[in-house]
Structure formats: C-alpha cells, structure tokens
Design a protein around this ligand. Structure first.
Ligand code: B4P
Length: 193
C-alpha cells in the first residue's frame, strides 16, 4: 500500500493534480472538499453545518472531518493506496490520520507540497469563481481561506517535515509540467498501474 498527501494552499492545484495522480497510479482519491460539497448539495445535516464554515472561508471543525475520513478509508479495504487531497488541514487532523493508518497497519509514505505564489493563487481562484459557481470563490472569502491556511494548515508541513516525508514541488508551471514534477517523486515509491 502507498499513501500520499497532496498538500498546499487553496488554489494550489490539489484537486487538479489529484485527478492526474488517480488516473495514472490508481490510488483511491479522498478529497474532504469534494465530500463536504456533496453533503452541502444534498442538504444533509452535516452539509448544513459545514456550509456555515465554508461560506466564511473557515475550516470545518476537526471532529466532523476526521469522522468522514475514517469511514471513507474503511469503505475501500483493497485499495492500492490512498491520495488525500485537502486533508489533513490541521495538526489535530494529521495526528488523527496517523492513528487511523496505524490501526490499519499502514502509514503516510509521502507528502507533496505544492508551492505557488499568493498572487497566482488569488488569480486562479477568482478565475474559477467566474465559471464554477463555487460560493467560496469570491475575493473576500478567498482572502479568508488563505489567512486560515497560514494560521492552521501551514504548520502541518512542519509536522511531516519532522517525519522526513515532505517534498516541496513548484506548482506554478503548467498543469502538465507540475504533474511531471509530482510523478518524479511518486515513482520513487510506485510505478504507474
Ligand atoms: P478544497 O475543496 O480543498 O479546495 P481548495 O483548497 O480551494 O482547492 P485546490 O487546491 O484543490 O485547487 P484546484 O486544484 O481546484 O476546500 C474547500 C473548503 O472546504 C475549505 O475552504 C474548507 O472550508 C473546507 N475543507 C476542505 N477540507 C477540509 C479539512 N480537511 N478540514 C476542514 N475544512 C475543510 O485549483 C484551483 C484553480 O486553479 C482551478 O480553477 C484550476 O483549474 C486552476 N489550476 C490548477 N493548477 C493550475 C496550473 N498549474 N496553472 C494554472 N491554473 C491551475
């Protein structure tokens, strides 16, 4: 089993590159953003609660997100491995993920951190907001999401750096070139399926 985290600020390309990684390496994709948006769209109690945070550019509380992840991992016991996209976003989430994986006698093998200048992040998200209809891609909410990232999520990189698992990848090239750089790191562990 090979377990990968795609890490980075909002708009750094985690969702975009996850699709490429899944297509090439057949890892099971777990995106907390996608799961939360699906709960919001279906109007579930979890979605109604999560929306209050997402529409303000805030992180959804840890206990909500950790519970979601645990059940998703259990649903696919035969996976070749997992790609975690947008999770963990706090140190408490990172510690919980370590415990969950340890219980399954596995671990995180690699954390790829997409590094993109802030002006480019804002440009991408405003562009996406113009077409995607995502309610959190407005200038004011994007600024809050980036603030939240610096306060709560950026320290998660140090957590994995200490474990010797973090690799920084320049993420402001084209989608194809960024994927080539990610693949170079992944293929130290895993070949395409
Ligand atoms: P997410 O869904 O994770 O969204 P994101 O961080 O904004 O986007 P991502 O980095 O995936 O960017 P993308 O590839 O789409 O989170 C949304 C919200 O959910 C959070 O604010 C939070 O409230 C909540 N949430 C999610 N997970 C949580 C957790 N674990 N704990 C608590 N709360 C949580 O790329 C963005 C744009 O850039 C796209 O339009 C794309 O086409 C473009 N792009 C990508 N790569 C490019 C490139 N190389 N060049 C040019 N454009 C590029």
């Amino acid at each position: 089993m090979f377990n990968l985290i795609l890490f980075g600020p909002p708009g750094s390309g985690k969702g975009t590159q996850s699709a490429n990684v899944v297509a090439t390496y057949r890892l099971h994709h777990i995106s907390t953003g996608d799961i939360l948006r699906s709960e919001v769209d279906r109007g579930t109690p979890l979605g109604v609660e999560a929306r209050k945070y997402m529409d303000q550019g805030m992180l959804v509380p840890d206990e909500v997100v950790i519970g979601m992840i645990s059940s998703r991992i259990d649903e696919t016991p035969d996976a070749r491995g997992f790609i975690f996209d947008g999770f963990p976003r706090t140190r408490a989430q990172a510690e919980a993920l370590d415990r969950l994986l340890e219980f399954k006698q596995t671990e995180i093998h690699l954390v790829l951190s997409l590094e993109v200048p802030e002006a480019e992040l804002i440009r991408r998200l405003i562009d996406r907001g113009a077409t995607s209809g995502r309610s959190d891609d407005t200038e004011e909410i994007i600024a809050q999401r980036i603030k939240e990232y610096h306060a709560k999520t950026a320290p998660v990189a140090d957590y994995y750096q200490t474990q010797g698992k973090l690799e920084k990848i320049k993420g402001d090239y084209s989608v194809e070139e960024t994927f080539r750089l990610l693949s170079r790191e992944i293929e130290k562990y895993l070949l395409p399926a």
